[in-house]
Design a protein around this ligand. Structure first.
Ligand code: NI
Length: 194
Protein backbone atom coordinates (compact mmCIF):
# COMPACT_ATOMS: atom_id res chain seq x y z
CA UNK A 1 0.00 0.00 0.00
CA UNK A 2 1.09 3.53 -0.73
CA UNK A 3 0.37 6.79 1.00
CA UNK A 4 -0.75 9.14 -1.74
CA UNK A 5 -0.36 12.90 -1.96
CA UNK A 6 -3.48 14.78 -0.85
CA UNK A 7 -4.73 17.58 -3.10
CA UNK A 8 -5.01 20.89 -1.25
CA UNK A 9 -7.42 23.78 -1.66
CA UNK A 10 -6.81 25.34 -5.05
CA UNK A 11 -6.12 22.11 -6.92
CA UNK A 12 -8.60 22.05 -9.83
CA UNK A 13 -9.52 18.39 -9.26
CA UNK A 14 -11.18 19.35 -5.98
CA UNK A 15 -13.69 21.41 -7.96
CA UNK A 16 -14.59 18.81 -10.57
CA UNK A 17 -17.39 16.27 -10.48
CA UNK A 18 -16.10 12.73 -10.23
CA UNK A 19 -17.12 10.04 -12.72
CA UNK A 20 -19.04 6.91 -11.73
CA UNK A 21 -16.99 3.76 -11.31
CA UNK A 22 -17.97 1.32 -14.07
CA UNK A 23 -19.45 -1.91 -12.68
CA UNK A 24 -16.83 -3.98 -14.51
CA UNK A 25 -14.09 -2.16 -12.61
CA UNK A 26 -15.16 -3.87 -9.39
CA UNK A 27 -12.62 -6.52 -8.56
CA UNK A 28 -10.00 -5.08 -10.87
CA UNK A 29 -6.57 -4.58 -9.39
CA UNK A 30 -6.32 -0.84 -10.05
CA UNK A 31 -9.52 -0.16 -8.15
CA UNK A 32 -8.56 -2.31 -5.17
CA UNK A 33 -5.14 -0.65 -5.11
CA UNK A 34 -6.79 2.78 -5.11
CA UNK A 35 -9.10 1.76 -2.26
CA UNK A 36 -6.23 0.30 -0.23
CA UNK A 37 -4.13 3.42 -0.81
CA UNK A 38 -7.02 5.70 0.18
CA UNK A 39 -7.49 3.81 3.46
CA UNK A 40 -3.76 4.00 4.15
CA UNK A 41 -3.64 7.71 3.28
CA UNK A 42 -6.69 8.51 5.42
CA UNK A 43 -5.28 6.68 8.43
CA UNK A 44 -1.84 8.24 8.04
CA UNK A 45 -3.37 11.74 7.97
CA UNK A 46 -5.80 11.05 10.84
CA UNK A 47 -8.75 11.73 8.56
CA UNK A 48 -12.30 10.62 9.33
CA UNK A 49 -12.89 10.13 5.62
CA UNK A 50 -11.26 10.56 2.25
CA UNK A 51 -12.71 10.96 -1.22
CA UNK A 52 -10.93 9.79 -4.37
CA UNK A 53 -10.55 13.28 -5.91
CA UNK A 54 -8.53 14.23 -2.84
CA UNK A 55 -5.85 11.82 -4.08
CA UNK A 56 -6.19 12.96 -7.71
CA UNK A 57 -8.43 10.02 -8.72
CA UNK A 58 -11.54 11.31 -10.51
CA UNK A 59 -13.91 8.56 -9.38
CA UNK A 60 -17.05 8.46 -7.26
CA UNK A 61 -15.44 6.62 -4.39
CA UNK A 62 -14.86 7.47 -0.74
CA UNK A 63 -13.74 5.80 2.47
CA UNK A 64 -14.84 6.60 6.02
CA UNK A 65 -13.48 5.45 9.35
CA UNK A 66 -13.22 6.80 12.89
CA UNK A 67 -11.06 4.89 15.36
CA UNK A 68 -9.46 6.84 18.23
CA UNK A 69 -8.88 9.78 15.94
CA UNK A 70 -6.72 12.55 17.43
CA UNK A 71 -8.19 15.11 15.02
CA UNK A 72 -11.69 14.18 16.26
CA UNK A 73 -11.15 12.89 19.81
CA UNK A 74 -14.78 13.17 20.87
CA UNK A 75 -16.33 11.09 18.11
CA UNK A 76 -17.77 7.62 18.51
CA UNK A 77 -16.05 4.95 16.43
CA UNK A 78 -17.24 4.37 12.87
CA UNK A 79 -16.17 1.13 11.18
CA UNK A 80 -14.23 1.31 7.94
CA UNK A 81 -16.72 1.77 5.12
CA UNK A 82 -15.95 1.95 1.39
CA UNK A 83 -18.60 3.63 -0.76
CA UNK A 84 -18.60 3.35 -4.55
CA UNK A 85 -20.94 5.55 -6.60
CA UNK A 86 -22.73 6.71 -3.44
CA UNK A 87 -26.09 8.43 -3.58
CA UNK A 88 -27.46 10.29 -0.57
CA UNK A 89 -31.04 11.25 0.18
CA UNK A 90 -31.69 13.46 3.22
CA UNK A 91 -34.47 12.06 5.40
CA UNK A 92 -36.90 14.05 7.46
CA UNK A 93 -39.13 16.93 6.52
CA UNK A 94 -38.41 18.90 3.39
CA UNK A 95 -38.27 22.43 4.78
CA UNK A 96 -36.23 25.03 2.97
CA UNK A 97 -34.61 25.81 6.30
CA UNK A 98 -33.01 22.97 8.19
CA UNK A 99 -34.72 22.56 11.58
CA UNK A 100 -32.45 22.23 14.61
CA UNK A 101 -33.91 18.86 15.59
CA UNK A 102 -33.33 17.54 12.08
CA UNK A 103 -29.76 18.73 11.83
CA UNK A 104 -26.32 17.76 13.02
CA UNK A 105 -23.96 20.69 13.46
CA UNK A 106 -20.24 20.19 13.79
CA UNK A 107 -16.97 21.96 13.29
CA UNK A 108 -15.72 20.18 10.21
CA UNK A 109 -12.22 20.00 8.91
CA UNK A 110 -10.78 18.58 5.72
CA UNK A 111 -7.45 17.05 4.77
CA UNK A 112 -7.56 19.21 1.63
CA UNK A 113 -8.02 22.37 3.71
CA UNK A 114 -5.38 21.74 6.36
CA UNK A 115 -5.48 23.72 9.56
CA UNK A 116 -8.99 25.12 9.15
CA UNK A 117 -12.25 24.31 10.91
CA UNK A 118 -15.71 25.71 10.46
CA UNK A 119 -19.21 25.02 11.70
CA UNK A 120 -21.48 23.22 9.24
CA UNK A 121 -25.11 22.18 9.70
CA UNK A 122 -26.38 19.24 7.69
CA UNK A 123 -29.42 16.94 7.72
CA UNK A 124 -28.89 14.56 10.64
CA UNK A 125 -30.26 11.51 8.84
CA UNK A 126 -29.58 10.34 5.29
CA UNK A 127 -30.29 7.31 3.20
CA UNK A 128 -26.99 5.97 1.88
CA UNK A 129 -27.07 3.92 -1.31
CA UNK A 130 -23.80 2.72 -2.76
CA UNK A 131 -21.92 -0.20 -4.17
CA UNK A 132 -19.54 -2.06 -1.91
CA UNK A 133 -16.19 -3.23 -3.34
CA UNK A 134 -17.57 -6.80 -3.52
CA UNK A 135 -20.34 -5.57 -5.80
CA UNK A 136 -23.17 -5.86 -3.31
CA UNK A 137 -25.59 -2.99 -2.86
CA UNK A 138 -25.63 -0.94 0.33
CA UNK A 139 -28.88 0.74 1.31
CA UNK A 140 -28.72 2.08 4.87
CA UNK A 141 -29.84 4.95 7.05
CA UNK A 142 -27.06 6.84 8.75
CA UNK A 143 -27.58 9.51 11.39
CA UNK A 144 -25.67 11.99 13.50
CA UNK A 145 -21.94 12.44 13.00
CA UNK A 146 -21.77 9.51 10.62
CA UNK A 147 -24.36 11.23 8.42
CA UNK A 148 -22.39 14.49 8.53
CA UNK A 149 -19.17 12.75 7.54
CA UNK A 150 -20.69 10.89 4.61
CA UNK A 151 -22.26 14.12 3.34
CA UNK A 152 -18.87 15.86 3.58
CA UNK A 153 -17.23 13.04 1.59
CA UNK A 154 -19.94 12.83 -1.08
CA UNK A 155 -19.72 16.62 -1.46
CA UNK A 156 -16.12 16.04 -2.56
CA UNK A 157 -17.40 13.87 -5.42
CA UNK A 158 -19.34 16.87 -6.69
CA UNK A 159 -16.60 19.46 -6.31
CA UNK A 160 -17.93 20.97 -3.09
CA UNK A 161 -15.83 21.68 0.00
CA UNK A 162 -17.02 22.22 3.56
CA UNK A 163 -15.91 25.84 3.49
CA UNK A 164 -18.85 26.58 1.14
CA UNK A 165 -21.23 24.99 3.63
CA UNK A 166 -19.71 26.54 6.74
CA UNK A 167 -20.96 29.58 8.55
CA UNK A 168 -18.08 31.82 7.48
CA UNK A 169 -18.03 33.67 10.81
CA UNK A 170 -17.05 30.40 12.53
CA UNK A 171 -14.02 29.59 10.36
CA UNK A 172 -10.95 29.21 12.55
CA UNK A 173 -7.50 27.67 12.63
CA UNK A 174 -6.78 24.48 14.57
CA UNK A 175 -5.04 26.24 17.45
CA UNK A 176 -7.84 28.72 17.93
CA UNK A 177 -10.48 25.98 17.50
CA UNK A 178 -8.94 23.99 20.30
CA UNK A 179 -8.56 27.07 22.45
CA UNK A 180 -11.89 28.81 21.97
CA UNK A 181 -14.55 26.38 20.74
CA UNK A 182 -16.05 24.61 23.77
CA UNK A 183 -16.28 20.83 23.55
CA UNK A 184 -20.06 21.02 23.79
CA UNK A 185 -20.23 23.14 20.61
CA UNK A 186 -17.93 21.04 18.46
CA UNK A 187 -20.56 18.43 17.67
CA UNK A 188 -24.26 19.13 18.25
CA UNK A 189 -26.71 16.45 17.21
CA UNK A 190 -30.14 18.05 17.15
CA UNK A 191 -31.83 14.87 18.21
CA UNK A 192 -29.21 13.61 20.65
CA UNK A 193 -30.74 12.03 23.70
CA UNK A 194 -34.24 11.85 22.27
NI1 NI B 1 -12.78 16.74 3.11
Amino acid sequence: MTIRKIARLGEPILRKSASPVAPDALGQAWLQTLIDDMVETMRDADGAGLAAPQVYAPWQLCVIEVVDNPRYPNLSPIPLTVLINPRLTPLGSTHDVLLDEESVTMYEGCLSVPGLRGRVSRPREVRVQALRPDGTLMDERWSGVRAAIVQHEVDHLHGTLFIERADSATLCFTREYERYVPLAERVVDGRAGT
